[in-house]
Design a protein around this ligand. Structure first.
Ligand code: 0O2
Ligand code: 0O2
Length: 223
């Protein structure tokens, strides 16, 4: 029995915090170089204890197998503007020496029956604790803003209906997923023009102005 969940989750919180800084740092580096960043913003969370317990029952995970069998106790999300950016980010992650990729699931190409699209990467990440190094699992979900919009809405409806959507709602969600897919394709078609405009805009805006850094913090959830 895990008696002290706070103690159990501490290395996961540490990992989420570190990974948020590292992934947000990638965005900063692209911006610094005056290049389009494939990363728009990054979020992360440690799975709430109640959700862990619920998933243990649903997935028949024993407590002594939790660390190995539940891959998303530490969860990171990377949001991108364009579908192409997702694969740039994936390539970047593959080259890093501070994490090991254990699994990749491409639900961008292989859409889930629900309409869900995202690229999932499971990593092994070493956290330095006062008691020594501990390797933990973390899941990184990489998706476009449109995919995120759809998944966020569908996820909250799932809470309400426990996955058993009325047929009409299910059909609407399917259509919304198709619309999000079309939106991503349309944006991809004009991405070079968008990137050019954004790079031009960011070059024209002095980075030292406090108003600008405030705006930047806000849009990228860094405040
Ligand atoms: P809800 O409604 O429960 O989803 P920061 O201050 O920005 O450094 P903060 O405020 O702790 O950090 O959170 P952050 O990084 O902005 O994002 C937290 C939100 O990210 C959570 O929302 C999650 O919804 C979402 N999130 C990020 N990664 C994952 C993931 O891998 N899986 C899941 N399920 N969610 C993720 P809240 O605030 O908990 O609200
Ligand atoms: P949360 O914290 O509520 O997001 P498993 O991880 O064991 O459930 P699998 O196949 O091993 O399943 O992993 P998968 O499908 O690669 O990743 C599961 C996670 O992807 C989910 O976490 C969701 O965050 C997301 N996801 C997968 N399918 C859907 C979907 O149809 N709709 C939405 N909105 N999100 C989806 P959890 O477990 O739900 O946790």
């Amino acid at each position: 029995m895990i008696e002290n969940w706070q103690h159990f989750l501490l290395p996961y919180q540490q990992a989420v915090n570190e990974l948020k800084v590292k992934l947000r740092g990638m965005r900063k580096q692209y911006q610094e170089q005056g290049e389009h960043s494939p990363i728009e913003f990054v979020t992360g969370r440690v799975k709430p204890v109640d959700s862990i317990k619920e998933k243990m029952v649903r997935r028949h995970v024993q407590e002594d197998r939790l660390e190995q069998d539940m891959q998303d106790i530490a969860g990171l999300r990377i949001m991108c503007q364009f579908v192409e950016d997702i694969y740039v980010v994936v390539d970047q992650l593959r080259q890093r020496s501070d994490m090991t990729i254990l699994e990749e699931r491409d639900y961008v190409t292989n859409v889930k029956p629900s309409g869900y699209r995202s690229y999932h990467i499971v990593i092994e990440y070493p956290v330095q604790l006062v008691t020594g190094e501990k390797k933990i699992l973390a899941e990184i979900q990489i998706r476009t803003l449109a995919m995120n919009f759809w998944a966020t809405i569908e996820h909250s409806l799932n809470y309400k209906y426990q996955g058993a959507f009325p047929q009409e709602l299910s059909a609407r969600l399917q259509r919304a997923a198709e619309a999000a897919f079309k939106l991503d394709n349309e944006m991809s078609e004009i991405r070079e023009e968008i990137k050019e405009a954004q790079t031009l805009f960011s070059q024209r805006t002095p980075t030292s102005l406090p108003t600008d850094s405030h705006h930047e913090d806000h849009t990228n959830e860094e405040d």
